[in-house]
Each structure stands twice: as structure tokens, then as C-alpha cells.
Design a protein. Structure first.
Length: 305
């Protein structure tokens, strides 16, 4: 079987199901597991996010969208050469990955018609169902079922410990800094499962643009910085301007030294198996006495305020 994965989360799922040898095409963002980087890259971004700060990235994205231009470039020649039986893609977010309609148009030009599987989760259950869908489409359903069962057990362990908490702290998860966005989709659910109370995010709904005063008004007791696509070090660096905003020092999270930078790129932005790692990271933040796994500075860092 020949698989083109045009979504980092899908690539992670495919490799987790033992399909690494069957993957014949990936995107420039598919970097996990590390061996995935050896695969042919057939999707690249039209925005050089490594060279731009948050505001510049947002501005460039807005310009391309206004011009009705794609944020991602598909190498159709490489897709043709790959001759896939299955294409894994998404229709959830035009900013996060190649537009689904572009994938469908390109697939029509292939010699044989591949099966196109669109992963469009809005919650953890959807992510688990996507694993099963990929397993069913690639004759690895038994592996998918085993993986899902393991992930469910880890989710249940976090939930059970959270149920023992006597109080839940108010939490705000910032997914972008300039402009400000609070995290949506599966993140508010993860916060709740781990023992927090998301003050601004809405479970199952897209990330929401907000103003700073909305953050100040809800008085978060925990502030989690998780920009989409950023690692911990870049998150800390790009969050520096927040410290100069009116009301920053009045936030309970700042006063109680509960501002955390997490690796949004690896553990919160991508709807794959590592969302459960993200859930355990949140559990460690809210329940320091419960540490299901060791968490490195690569994944979590307390921000000096």
C-alpha cells in the first residue's frame, strides 16, 4: 500500500500503526517520528514562519487568504510519482494544512483514483475515531484498536485523578499572541479532563480571537502559552510582549507563578496520539502530585514573570 500523508497528525498516526514503510509522501511539517523526515516532501508552506514573528505570520496569512491564495503548495508532480493508494488529509483548518479541495482536484489527475481520508476532529473522541478509520483503510485495524485502547486507559487515569481534586483553577490557554487567540477544539476538553476549568475556550469549537481585557477580566489562576506550531523556547521568546500589557501583573496566574509555556506544536496543535501526552502535561500542571510520565523542558517550562 502507498500512502501520502498531507497532515503531520496523520503521519504520526500512520507510523504509530507500523505503516512507516508504506508512507511515500509527507509535508514539510511532518517531523515525528524522526524517521518520517526521510520521506519525500510534497507539501510546503507559502509562509516562512521560521523567519517571521507572530504578528508578521498573521499578517502574511491574512494577505494570502484575502487574495484567495493557498497557504500551502502541493508538488503535483511528486504526488503523481508517488502514485498513492490512500491520501490522508484534512478539511478542518485552511491555516493548518493544505486545503481539502486542492487535494481532491490534484487526485483527479492521478492515473488511479486513491482513497482520500479527511481527518476533521474537534475533540479527543474524534481523534481516536480517526485512528480507527486509518486502521480500517490500511488493513491495520487490530493495531489501531490496540493503540486506541492504550490511549483511552491513559485518558481515564488522568480523569480519575482529576475527579479527586477538591477545587479547579481557572485556566486560560493562549494559542496565538498577536493577535490573541484562545485555544479551542480539543484543548478545553483536555483542560477539563486534567482538572482545570477553561475560562474562555469552548469545547469542540474553533480557536477564538479575543482582546487582552477579556483575559484580565476572567482572572486566570493558570495561564498556559501554547502557540500553534511553536516549541517551548520560541513560545517563551514570542510571549515576551505580554508582560508589558496593562493588567499583566494583576493576573492571579502571574502573582502565583503559574504561567507555563508548553510545546504546542508537538502536544496540542496536532490531533494525533500525542494529544494524550499533552493531556498528561496539563495534569502535571494542575496536579503536581500526579505525574504519569516524566516531562522534559522540551515539553513544559514555567515562565519567569
Amino acid at each position: 500500500m502507498r500512502i501520502c500523508s498531507l497532515l503531520p497528525a496523520a503521519t504520526e498516526i500512520a507510523f504509530a500503526l507500523g505503516l512507516g514503510d508504506d508512507v511515500v509522501g509527507i509535508t514539510h511539517e511532518c517531523d515525528f517520528p524522526p524517521t518520517a523526515r526521510d520521506k519525500p516532501v510534497m507539501v510546503r508552506s507559502a509562509v516562512d514562519s521560521a523567519a517571521l514573528d507572530s504578528a508578521e505570520i498573521d499578517r502574511r496569512v491574512a494577505e494570502l487568504l484575502r487574495a484567495n491564495r493557498s497557504l500551502y503548495i502541493l508538488d503535483e508532480q511528486k504526488l503523481t510519482q508517488a502514485n498513492p493508494d490512500v491520501i490522508l488529509t484534512q478539511a478542518l483548518c485552511d491555516v493548518c494544512a493544505l486545503d481539502y479541495n486542492d487535494v481532491v482536484r490534484a487526485a483527479r489527475c492521478l492515473e488511479k483514483s486513491p482513497e482520500i481520508i479527511s481527518l476533521d476532529p474537534s475533540c479527543l473522541t474524534d481523534m481516536l475515531e480517526d485512528i480507527l478509520r486509518i486502521g480500517a483503510a490500511t488493513q491495520t485495524l487490530w493495531k489501531a484498536q490496540s493503540l486506541v485502547q492504550s490511549l483511552k486507559q491513559r485518558i481515564a487515569a488522568v480523569r480519575n485523578h482529576a475527579a479527586q481534586m477538591t477545587a479547579r483553577r481557572r485556566v486560560v490557554c493562549l494559542e496565538w499572541f498577536e493577535p490573541l487567540y484562545v485555544a479551542g477544539h480539543w484543548v478545553p476538553e483536555m483542560v477539563e479532563l486534567a482538572g482545570g476549568a477553561d475560562a474562555l475556550g469552548k469545547p469542540g469549537q474553533p480557536s477564538t480571537k479575543i482582546d487582552w481585557q477579556s483575559v484580565v477580566a476572567c482572572s486566570p489562576e493558570v495561564l498556559i502559552l501554547m502557540p500553534c506550531g511553536f516549541d517551548v523556547e520560541r513560545t517563551v521568546r514570542e510571549s515576551a510582549p505580554l508582560r508589558f500589557l496593562d493588567g499583566w501583573k494583576r493576573l492571579p496566574a502571574v502573582q502565583m507563578d503559574r504561567v507555563f509555556a508548553v510545546n504546542g506544536n508537538d502536544y496540542f496543535s496536532r490531533p494525533g496520539p500525542r494529544l494524550v501526552d499533552g493531556l498528561e502535561i496539563l495534569s502535571l500542571i494542575f496536579q503536581p502530585q500526579f505525574a504519569p510520565r516524566s516531562v522534559s523542558s522540551h515539553a513544559l517550562k514555567r515562565v519567569i514573570v
